[in-house]
Write a protein that binds this ligand. Structure first.
Ligand code: HEM
Ligand code: HEM
Length: 343
């Protein structure tokens, strides 16, 4: 049972980690499916506590080198699971500017070097018996139990009308919808808000050999509108009215740009911010990406991307590039990028 417990924990940590990121990657249905597996794997880790406690007590008694690092790792896993449950139930969503979701993901990220060290320093040989019928039945029972625990947890959140019952399928909470002033300002990891002079700012649109620069005034003349939901990976979402111009229109006014579209699809839209932050989109998305100059009918403020930001409906917030300065079509495919930006 000891070896099995450790191996099961290994698999579950990997599963929780992967499904968490898959959920962040999507702003559509796959996010929810992934989160169901995610929550169940989290509960399964908790369910193994009694067995793991025996293993850990034994290890601590032996005072193996680095045993304290295992305690730090334990602390991080507990913090992550605890913050995850605080978020999902809605019992505590934020302390000051730090959200429970940020603590949840932050603790999981900090745990990575520790888990790597732990499984190397305390490695266990994998044997054929680990795939025995008995081991697999145990794993099945554990996952079924964890799935039921998830369903019971969700049921309880609704039964007691905890704040968690109002969250979106991505797990995010509504915040300041249709009240532009209440839309929080957040950046992916470390981007700082730049000060931009609209008089000298230009948006460069490049499609093949054609390059066209747009001034702020020219872009303000467009009034394409969309009501879209910004779903931030920090754990909130907000539905707002945005206006500006559909990217497809800008591309089309820079001479035969979408000709590339027909050529096998290995082309993408590369959207860049003044800060160096960037994201790639499939070319076919051009008709659904709004180059936004206004939020709720008013010019954007610096924190929300002044002078121009991207509005990418059905995508998580980190795709909504702010302070856009350049958009180009190039020959790289849209998947040719890190799934999550590094800055
Ligand atoms: C939720 C995840 C886990 C936590 C919180 C955890 C925590 C701990 C703690 C506190 C100890 C005792 C201190 C020490 O000996 O370093 C320990 C020992 C140990 N852990 Fe883990 N661990 C986890 C996952 C794993 C995994 C995935 C493996 C293996 C693949 C593993 C294998 C071991 C082994 C072999 C020992 C030594 C037991 C002994 O010396 O008798 N652990 N663990
Ligand atoms: C050690 C790794 C992790 C464990 C054990 C873990 C476990 C959990 C648990 C137990 C919950 C509460 C689920 C519920 O009660 O419904 C949760 C929620 C959540 N986790 Fe994780 N998690 C881990 C890492 C991550 C990572 C790396 C991400 C994102 C990149 C993530 C994203 C989420 C999200 C979005 C929720 C909210 C789900 C909802 O409210 O429906 N988690 N996690």
């Amino acid at each position: 049972m000891r070896r099995w417990t450790n191996l099961a924990l290994f698999g579950l940590l990997g599963l929780a980690f992967t499904t968490g990121w898959v959920a962040f990657f999507y702003g559509t249905a796959p996010s929810r499916w992934s989160l169901i597996v995610h929550a169940a794997s989290g509960y399964a880790i908790v369910a193994l506590t009694p067995w793991k406690a025996v293993i850990a007590a034994h290890g601590i008694q032996r005072r193996r080198p680095g045993w304290w690092a295992s305690l730090v790792f334990t602390g991080l896993v507990i913090a992550s699971v605890f913050a995850g449950i605080l978020h999902s139930t809605g019992l505590l969503l934020a302390v000051g500017p730090i959200t429970a979701m940020e603590v949840h993901v932050g603790a999981a990220l900090l745990a990575i070097p520790f888990v790597a060290w732990h499984v190397i320093a305390r490695r266990i040989p994998v044997r054929a018996v680990d795939l025995s019928r008995r081991s697999l039945l145990r794993a099945g029972a554990l996952l079924t139990g964890a799935g039921l625990a998830y369903a019971a947890g969700e049921g309880a959140v609704r039964l007691f009308s905890l704040p968690g019952s109002t969250r979106r399928f991505t797990g995010s909470y509504e915040y300041g919808s249709l009240q532009p002033a209440a839309l929080p300002v957040t950046q992916w990891i470390a981007d700082a808000v730049p000060a931009i002079d609209p008089a000298s700012w230009r948006l460069t649109i490049q499609a093949g050999a054609a390059i066209r620069e747009w001034s702020y005034g020219e872009l303000l003349a467009f009034d394409d509108r969309v009501r879209a939901t910004l779903d931030c990976t920090g754990g909130f979402y907000s539905t707002q009215d945005w206006s500006g111009v559909w990217l497809r229109r800008l591309l089309e006014s820079s001479s035969s740009p979408l000709a590339a579209e027909g050529r096998g699809g290995a082309f993408s839209l590369h959207v860049r911010s003044l800060t160096g932050y960037d994201r790639r989109f499939a070319l076919r998305d051009a008709g659904r990406l709004l180059v936004a100059t206004r939020l709720g009918g008013e010019p954007l403020d610096p924190g929300h991307g002044f002078p121009v930001r991207l509005v990418a409906p059905d995508r998580r917030g980190y795709w909504w590039v702010k302070w856009v300065t350049a958009i180009s079509i190039d020959e790289l495919p849209a998947w040719w990028q890190v799934p999550f930006p590094m800055q």
